[in-house]
Write a protein that binds this ligand. Structure first.
Ligand SMILES: [Zn+2]
Length: 144
């Protein structure tokens, strides 16, 4: 697995008992988020109780993976040399109304517009971790 010429890998998340269902979903190519059974709010990042009503009745549900760009920045000086620059940290506003911090990929900086349509995809980083990233939604030509 290791070699002198191999790139240093970026730091990876360490799933906890609380976040494990989210990371298991990412491994399976599914974006999972908690949803409150009592007030129907989505909760992310994973929490032991609902951040809106403090209910403990949280379910894991599948999110659509569709989002719009809520905010972004462009990083030219990484905190660690393992990150390729420039990279684009974003806040995605998910279709269901919750927010998620991620990175935008498969996009040029010139192309970025607040409100642009995005879709999640997953990059396999290790046996345990696949990271959820976003890319612009590429609409296929209409066939109608
Ligand atoms: Zn709630």
């Amino acid at each position: 697995m290791s070699g002198l010429n191999e790139r240093i890998q970026i730091p990876l998340p360490r799933p906890t008992e609380l976040s494990a269902p989210h990371w298991q979903g990412c491994r399976e190519g599914v974006l999972r988020v908690q949803r409150c059974q009592d007030c129907d709010e989505y909760v992310f990042v994973p929490q032991p109780i609902c951040t809106s009503c403090q209910s403990e009745a949280l379910d894991w549900v599948k999110a659509s993976g569709r989002a719009t760009l809520y905010s972004y920045t462009v990083v030219h000086r990484p905190q660690q040399p393992s990150f390729d620059v420039p990279y684009i940290p974003i806040i995605a506003l998910m279709e269901e109304g919750w927010h998620m911090l991620s990175n935008l990929k498969e996009s040029t900086i010139d192309e970025i517009q607040i409100g642009m349509s995005l879709e999640v995809f997953f990059e396999v980083m290790s046996a345990e971790i696949s990271l959820p990233y976003f890319r612009p939604t590429r609409l296929l030509p209409s066939s109608s």
